[in-house]
Design a protein around this ligand. Structure first.
Ligand SMILES: [Zn+2]
Length: 286
């Protein structure tokens, strides 16, 4: 069985601040920058991914492919990755955070470094895709990146079987996808910008064990199948974002700050969502 790892960064042990997860080129003029903190966090992210890779191979995976899924998607340190893997890096990928799930033989997806959905209290760096999406609902059920990516993976018949991150990210993923998802909690949020962490080595140890269990359970795990015609709603922080999205075929205004479209299949779902996030990233003044 092949495993795809969707590696995000905010849910990494020790991470509680945007300065730790912002590549220098995406730090805006108003944002603080910390090259040192970012370099340390990406090294720790890479070690957590390596722990998941090791666990997967210990449980009999035949190949592990890692997709860098965090901002800019060039965060993992290639030279430090387990030499047995192939990895995907760079942004503007058709399947985004689960790019690679369409490759032949992928049997399960792991989420590493995941975070809770937008609006979650006491969850470090909780958000959904961008800082300005207030909520995403699939068939009326509020979800986060864990749900969006599972719907895309489900199109290819691939279940999600591991999530690592803060306690609320793990709980939300398991609530949305079921107990088939092995959860590894590496920190407990005290607020959006603080947490009580395990020691990073302890976190990596638990991730390795969780990954083993997640490969063993993959055969009986079920992919998320979203029914054709299900309504997908995206709610923003500002009406100007919704204004722009109605120019996308199939996308309608459904509220002051919300738009919606119908799920046809996982690829159309991903592509339309992508178009919405692009269109909605407008400046707030013309
Ligand atoms: Zn991220």
């Amino acid at each position: 069985m092949k495993v795809l790892i969707s590696a995000d960064m905010e849910g990494t042990c020790g991470v509680v601040s945007w300065v730790q997860v912002m590549p220098p080129e995406v730090v805006g003029s108003t944002e603080p920058s910390s090259q040192t903190e970012y370099e340390r966090a990406r090294a720790r992210m890479t070690r957590e991914v390596n722990a998941a890779i090791e666990g997967a191979y210990l449980a009999g995976a035949t190949e592990v492919i890692v997709n860098d899924s965090h901002d800019g998607m060039r965060n993992l340190l290639p030279d430090e990755l387990d030499p047995r893997v192939r990895f995907i890096s760079g942004s503007d990928k058709a399947l985004g955070m689960v790019q690679g799930v369409d490759l032949k033989g992928i049997g399960c997806v792991f989420y590493t470094g995941y975070h809770a959905k937008a609006g979650t209290p006491n969850a470090p760096l909780a958000h959904t895709w961008t800082g300005w999406i207030n909520d995403v609902r699939i068939g009326g059920v509020s979800t986060g990146e864990f749900g969006i990516n599972a719907a895309v993976a489900g199109h290819f018949g691939v279940p999600v079987t591991l999530v690592t991150g803060d306690i609320r990210a793990v709980k939300q993923t398991q609530e949305f996808l079921g107990s088939q998802v092995v959860g590894v909690v590496v920190k407990e949020g005290l607020s959006t910008f603080s947490a009580l962490h395990l020691h990073p080595e302890k976190a990596q140890d638990l991730i390795r064990k969780g990954a083993e269990e997640a490969v063993r359970g993959a055969k009986s795990a079920k992919p998320l199948k979203v029914r054709v015609g299900t309504t997908i709603e995206v709610e923003f922080d500002h009406q100007a974002r919704a204004d722009q999205c109605v120019y996308i075929p199939g996308v309608k205004r459904v509220g002051e700050r919300a738009v919606a479209y119908k799920f046809e299949n996982g690829v159309q779902f991903a592509h339309t969502f992508r178009a919405i996030t692009k269109c909605a990233s407008v400046r707030m003044s013309p």
